[in-house]
Design a protein around this ligand. Structure first.
Ligand code: CO
Length: 134
């Protein structure tokens, strides 16, 4: 079902400082910060040859990212995102197999304008998984 690793999302306490560190110390190619008000986050993309790292920071205190940062003040890996060919087919298969899809179980439009769904970390060894349609 899953294909390429689309991105790894890391929540950071200071977006500019994190972006600079990736750029200056790791020599990575880093995008300008973008705000996604619908998702309650500001983010920077670190472009790697084979995938992306997303550095995330909450823009309001209601965002789940804000709760994550409260529990992990130094930051931490928030989720990994795998690509699937067809999100509806993926959702159907997962529901059939009893996997816990977060929310109402229906795919939503994610941070890149593509349909996504999230799988509960308890079922995947402590890792929040995002599936994104290619
Ligand atoms: Co993501």
């Amino acid at each position: 079902m899953i294909g390429c690793l689309n991105h790894v999302a890391i929540v950071v306490p200071d977006l500019d400082a994190a972006a600079s560190k990736y750029k200056l110390i790791l020599g990575a190619s880093v995008s300008k910060p973008q705000e996604l008000p619908d998702h309650g986050v500001k983010l920077v993309f670190v472009e790697l040859p084979n995938t992306k790292i997303e550095l995330l920071h909450p823009i309001d205190t209601n965002s789940p990212i804000s709760q994550f940062l409260a529990r992990n003040p130094a930051g931490g890996i928030h989720h990994v995102c795998y690509e699937v060919d067809d999100i509806e087919v993926a959702a159907g298969t997962l529901i059939e197999q009893g996997a816990a899809i977060l929310g109402d179980g229906k795919p939503k439009i994610g941070a890149h304008g593509k349909p996504v769904l999230f799988l509960h970390p308890k079922e995947f060894f402590g890792t929040l998984i995002e599936l994104e349609q290619r």
